[in-house]
Ligand binder design. Structure first.
Ligand code: RB5
Length: 141
């Protein structure tokens, strides 16, 4: 799968943990930055990730900031993006099964690296359930 990942400075260290995991899992990865801990504005990185998905250049996206909140707010402004902020395994699984989330948001200051890696594994491996869930996400305006 093609996976695009982006972070601000608050999520940079966790992005550096997630990147090798994605490669180890065999995904084709696009890293849109940021590339160090210098302060940057997260909405620009959310836009870069969402645009790759909008254009069909990536299948799924991962966005990381300090809490994951700003990234999820910015990503969900994009039509066709269903971004899920997850801090544990169950919501990561449900966001795929029930909501067909195409962007996973993580908060580096909330979720430790071990749990974040489990969330990423689960999220990427869980298929969308379809059926009634497809009808419901089709109702999003
Ligand atoms: C940056 O300090 C912080 O505000 C940002 O990473 C994020 O948590 C915003 O939602």
């Amino acid at each position: 799968m093609k996976v695009v990942i982006g972070s601000d400075h608050g999520g940079y260290s966790l992005k550096e943990v997630i990147l090798p995991l994605l490669k180890e899992l065999g995904h084709e990865v696009i890293d849109v930055g940021c590339h160090n801990e210098e302060s940057v504005d997260y909405p620009g990185y959310a836009d870069l990730v969402c645009e790759k998905i909008d254009k069909g250049e990536s299948d799924m996206g991962i966005l990381i900031c300090g809490t994951g909140i700003g990234m999820s707010m910015a990503a969900n402004k994009h039509k066709g993006i269903r971004a899920a902020l997850c801090s544990e395994h169950f919501t990561a699984q449900m966001s795929r099964e029930h909501n067909d989330a195409n962007v996973l948001c993580l908060g580096e200051r909330v979720t430790g690296p071990g749990v974040a890696m489990e969330i990423v594994r689960t999220w990427l491996n869980t298929p969308f359930g379809g059926g009634r869930h497809q009808r419901r996400i089709a109702l999003f305006s």
